[in-house]
Design a protein around this ligand. Structure first.
Ligand code: C5P
Length: 406
């Protein structure tokens, strides 16, 4: 395998577990592979292994205090967080996992974790009952939801002589997990991608709106997939009950089509590509009542609607030759010809077609079945898949087009 760890900056956090001795092997293995390792220890970690061992193996002073003891200079957790290509916490105790999950920044390791923009790997080490406790498991789930990768502990005899799950994974397996991560080709490295997602709400009065059933799941899955492929993502989200996980996603929350239009138009000039998955309302009320409309006083009422601006078409009109624009079409009949005419009208490079006729595809589902139609008329048909996997198919296609301009 190509030496993917060469010159990689790894921040290694060591906490107070008996498995801390294995961290010495970890440092040695990483350094041997050409990585630069900066060790940070929690105060308890220092009780289990001497900082001198680790500073010797890593050829760098170990950091554990906010201030350096020697000259009183400030150890910047922000600089360290930015320096890192990856942060690895091995061994990670239940206490450190809990603090990471809750943002309790009372030591250098946790503050660095909170400042870290790079991917984070966590190798838990603790007694079987501590590991199995719902508190620990919930904290680990929370860390997973932040996009952190948990390197599951192994089963076997523990320091307590009890047998079960909680043993920190062996250093060579942890190194292999980092290698696997770095060997993944980052198809969208340094690219800027704008994504619109979710529905829009068009206000009728202060308490009512016109909306639609879009959940935003497809757009959010695309945002995560683009970020995982190295892109900086601007996610313009209508009202949805979803959260983003990857730190490279910058989220702009909007409500109406007009707000989404403004955010998209201002983000697009900087972008290499835009994916328009929002279900933008085609119409909005001509006027918005400033007070709640009352049936008693209004009686029968007619709502006058005016068309919203088409964001996709507006971006298509200002698109430069080096920018890629992708749209979605959700159709109920004459799917292909409707999608093709949208592709042309909006000046898109490709359109992702999903039909309302396919069971399990479209709004609210976790699965989707798509066809990708290109501006040159070619069509790729995909089977029904989870939206997260569909996202990767779309990203593969996007990456191929975006990278043409390198
Ligand atoms: O014309 P239709 O709304 O079906 O087109 C769907 C595509 O156009 C989607 O990619 C959608 O996000 C985009 N669109 C838009 N602005 C609108 C309407 C649709 O960007 N006002």
């Amino acid at each position: 395998m190509e030496n993917v760890l060469k010159n990689k900056h790894i921040v290694l956090g060591i906490t107070g577990s008996i498995a801390a001795y294995k961290a010495a092997y970890l440092v040695r293995a990483l350094v041997k592979k050409g990585a630069e390792v900066q060790v940070i220890m929690t105060p308890a970690g220092k009780e289990f292994i001497a900082p001198l061992t680790l500073s010797t193996l890593s050829s760098k002073p170990v950091i554990s205090e906010f201030f350096s003891n020697r000259d009183g200079s400030w150890n910047s957790h922000v600089d360290l967080g930015l320096w890192a290509d990856a942060m690895l916490i091995a061994p990670a105790t239940a206490a450190t996992i809990g603090k990471m999950a809750q943002g309790i920044a009372d030591n250098m390791l946790i503050t660095t974790y909170l400042s870290c923009k790079a991917p984070v790997f966590i190798a838990p080490a603790m007694d079987l009952d501590m590991f199995a406790h719902p508190s620990t498991q919930q904290n680990l789930d929370r860390l997973r939801s932040f996009g952190n990768q948990i390197i599951e502990p192994g089963e076997g005899e523990l320091a307590s002589h009890l047998i079960g799950k909680g043993r920190m994974e062996e250093p060579e397996i942890i190194v292999a997990a980092l290698e696997a991560f770095f060997s993944q080709k980052q198809q969208l490295e340094k690219k800027k991608i704008v994504i619109t997602a979710g529905p829009t709400y068009e206000k009728i009065d202060p308490v009512r709106f016109i909306g639609n059933y879009s959940s935003g799941k497809m757009g959010f899955a695309l945002a995560e997939a683009c970020a995982a492929q190295g892109a900086a993502v601007t996610l313009i989200a209508g009202p949805v009950a979803l959260q983003t996980q990857h730190p490279a996603i910058h989220r702009i929350d909007v409500e109406s089509a007009d707000e989404m239009y403004a955010a998209a138009m201002s983000s697009f000039p900087e972008a290499d590509a835009a994916i328009l998955c929002a279900a933008v309302a085609d119409y909005k009320p001509e006027t918005e009542a400033t007070e709640k409309i009352k049936r008693e006083t209004k009686g029968e009422m007619t709502l006058n609607l005016v068309p919203n601006r088409d964001i996709a078409a507006a971006l298509g009109a200002v698109k430069r030759p080096d920018q890629i624009l992708a749209g979605f079409a959700l159709e109920t009949n004459n799917e292909q010809s409707h999608a093709e005419s949208k592709l042309k009208r909006k000046n898109l490079d490709f359109i992702v077609l999903n039909s309302m006729r396919d069971a399990g595809a479209g709004f609210q589902h976790d699965t989707n079945k798509i066809d990708i139609i290109d501006a040159d008329g070619s069509i790729i048909r995909y089977p029904l898949k989870p939206k997260s996997e569909v996202a990767f198919d779309i990203i593969d296609h996007l990456a191929m087009l975006v990278n043409k301009y390198d």
